[in-house]
Design a protein around this ligand. Structure first.
Ligand SMILES: Cc1cc2nc3c(=O)[nH]c(=O)nc-3n(C[C@H](O)[C@H](O)[C@H](O)COP(=O)(O)O)c2cc1C
Length: 175
């Protein structure tokens, strides 16, 4: 079966994960900004999205492509500062139509926030946001940045691709 990875991110970590999954599975990787790529050309999809301000950044693209995504086999990976938690699941659920969400598995991956790569304004916004954050770890992360990117965490995703669609024998890098 023919599959592809479509991702949405701003600062590189979602792209990094998408490329790692692409290398491990042989699936083509597309930034959703590349309008030449069409999800309806593929029978199964890995969708990757960063989370900014409690929302999936892929949400508008997902709504615009709803009819192409529905009915196709899919897995969503999110990339964020928050680890897997009910809070994160709520953000994901609020970002996507329930009819789409109910058809997908969700894997939460750890992101990266490098304060030297964001604007002074954004740093101030994050700092002010941290004042109201009840979670001490999230508060510290917002103020100082973090790096939870971990290549080995893609394993459930490569396993899903292998088990569901490709079969181990066809798997190029056998991870
Ligand atoms: C402006 C901004 C807002 C963010 N908002 C959230 C958030 O609401 N929840 C969260 O868990 N992480 C949040 N993060 C952390 C990002 O999810 C994390 O940096 C992620 O790795 C970004 O993905 P990217 O590198 O593909 O853009 C935010 C980061 C930035 C810069």
């Amino acid at each position: 079966m023919k599959g592809a990875i479509f991702y949405s991110g701003n600062y590189g970590s979602t792209e990094q994960y998408a490329n790692w999954i692409g290398e491990a599975t042989g699936l083509p990787v597309f930034d959703i900004k590349d309008t030449r790529a069409d999800p309806s050309d593929y029978e199964f999809l890995v969708l990757g999205s960063s989370i900014l301000y409690f929302k999936l950044t892929i949400r508008k693209w997902a709504r615009a492509n709803l009819s192409k995504l529905k009915g196709r086999s899919k897995l969503l990976f999110s990339v964020s500062g928050a680890g897997p938690s009910p809070k994160l699941e709520r953000w994901v659920a609020a970002s996507l139509p329930s009819e789409l969400l109910s058809e997908m598995e969700h894997v939460a991956l750890g992101g990266r926030l490098d304060h030297s790569k964001i604007s002074w304004w954004l740093r101030q916004i994050l700092w002010v946001g941290s004042l109201f954050n009840p979670d001490p770890r999230a508060r510290k992360d917002e103020r100082g940045g973090f790096d939870y990117v971990d290549k080995s965490s893609i394993e459930p995703i490569t396993k899903w691709v292998r088990q569901e669609h490709l079969g181990t024998a066809k798997y190029p890098n056998n991870q």
